[in-house]
Ligand binder design. Structure first.
Ligand SMILES: Cc1ncc(COP(=O)(O)O)c(C=O)c1O
Length: 420
């Protein structure tokens, strides 16, 4: 793969920071190294001494004075080595990416830590999307993606989708009209493959295979934004685009926001090294790196747990969301059957509800729902053009108790009946 052809002028112009390279070097050097390089402050002047964090189950994560000094200091832009290596091992055991055995110049699998997957996405878009480019995605989609993409001045082309995600035949129809020599033909496809935000849709393995084949045929990169991968209610978990990436054309974003903490802001980009390296050049010039402190906490936890402990924790998170989902589905059945339609989500934390007899839910929610003391997201905000009418609302089953969910749907049903 020649990755240079995918890069925007801005990304192509990025150059490594000499100072950041020294930080990476220092990170890998023995403690006997005497460094007069870099401009790191002296952590002995910092007020924080040590920390102990209690983990559910009774274990404690201890940041003694030495580790605390490291936690408070600058670190490398790819992420701290022990977290990166743990994550690389996890990616390999979960996805067995063909790219793991590639040579570096052929698009070998590389990873970097990002401040939430949102940072990764935003930087990936800036790397690949120029003003006037045609970008493919299946809307309605995550509003954070639209917020990152739309200011770049691209033309977003909507690929039809249903509860099983993007429809390959619809994608084929869009792609086949382009002359292969046309510079403006789409080169980037974005999708949320599991428990889509807001639709709750999960893509089948077969659809992913077809979409991957189309990406090969039409020479596109796939951005696999998968923060709900670990919230899949059925096992075995669906194979990912990363797992089928024979060419090195998949950039995957993972997130710990839904499973460890959203506030710690830890996400990961996995993809071909030449592209991940470009994302890191952008990180060098912006945040420099994700907080060393939060990376160390998460890394300690993961090393203490091992992969088995991590996956055991994930199972308990899944159990919670599964029972929340089931509670929401039974409340929907109880109250909304006559006034709305929905598909049970197989992953994630959202139910996407189509309100019958209402063309656009914007007014219903923004003006009338508050009076009834119930709040949902009107579906329009997830459309490419947010002012297009949308009969859907997004209901999250993450935070409310089953009793609250039940009462909320009772109020919503009242509201809908009064409005139609
Ligand atoms: C589809 C999708 N992508 C990315 C994100 C960003 O997640 P974070 O930056 O917390 O990892 C979210 C958050 O809700 C999301 O729903």
């Amino acid at each position: 793969m020649n990755y240079a052809r995918f890069l925007t002028a801005v990304s192509a112009a990025r150059k490594p920071s000499a100072i950041r390279l020294l930080t990476e070097l220092q990170q890998r050097s023995p403690p006997s190294l005497i460094s007069l390089a870099g401009g790191a402050p002296n952590p002995n002047t910092f007020p924080f001494q040590s920390a102990s964090i209690t983990v559910r189950g009774g274990d404690a994560l201890l940041l003694d004075h030495t580790l605390m000094k490291r936690a408070l200091q600058y670190s490398g832009s790819y992420g701290i080595p022990e977290l990166l290596s743990w994550m690389k091992d996890l990616q390999k055991s979960l996805h067995n990416p063909p790219t793991a055995s590639f040579s570096a110049d052929r698009g070998q699998m590389e990873m970097c830590v990002t401040t939430g997957s949102q940072e990764g996405l935003c930087k990936i878009f800036e790397m690949l999307v120029s003003c006037g480019d045609n970008v493919l995605l299946d809307a309605p989609t995550y509003s954070g993606t639209l917020a990152a993409l739309q200011p770049l001045g691209c033309n977003i082309i909507n690929v039809s989708s249903d509860q099983h995600g993007m429809i390959p035949e619809a994608l084929q129809k869009i792609l086949e009209v382009w002359d292969p020599a046309d510079e403006r033909k789409p080169r980037v496809l974005y999708t949320i493959p599991n428990g889509g935000n807001p639709t709750g849709a999960s893509m089948t393995h077969e659809r992913k295979q077809k979409v991957y084949e189309l990406a090969r045929k039409y020479d596109m990169l796939i951005i696999e934004d998968d923060p709900y991968y670990f919230l899949q209610f059925q096992k075995p978990w669906a194979p990912t685009f990363l797992s089928m990436d024979e060419d090195g054309r998949v950039l995957r974003t993972d997130s710990f926001s839904k499973i460890l903490s959203s506030g710690l802001r830890i996400g990961f980009v996995t993809g071909p090294k030449p592209l991940v390296d470009r994302v890191v050049l952008h990180i060098q010039a912006s945040t420099m790196h994700t907080s060393t402190f939060t990376q160390l906490i998460v890394s300690q936890l993961l090393h203490n747990w091992g992969q088995d402990g991590f996956l055991k924790h994930i199972d308990s998170v899944i159990e919670f969301y599964r029972s929340q989902r089931n509670a929401m589905l039974s409340s929907a059945d109880r109250w909304l059957k006559d006034v709305a339609e929905w598909h049970p989500p197989l992953a994630g934390m959202f139910l996407w509800v189509k309100v019958k007899g209402v063309k656009d839910t914007q007014k219903l929610i923004m003006e009338k729902a508050l009076e009834k003391e119930v709040l949902l997201v009107p579906g329009g905000v997830f459309n490419i053009n947010s002012s297009d009418p949308c009969p859907y609302v997004r209901a999250a089953f993450s935070l409310s108790t089953p009793q609250q969910i039940d009462e909320a749907f009772r109020r919503l049903a009242d509201l809908i009946r009064e409005s139609v």
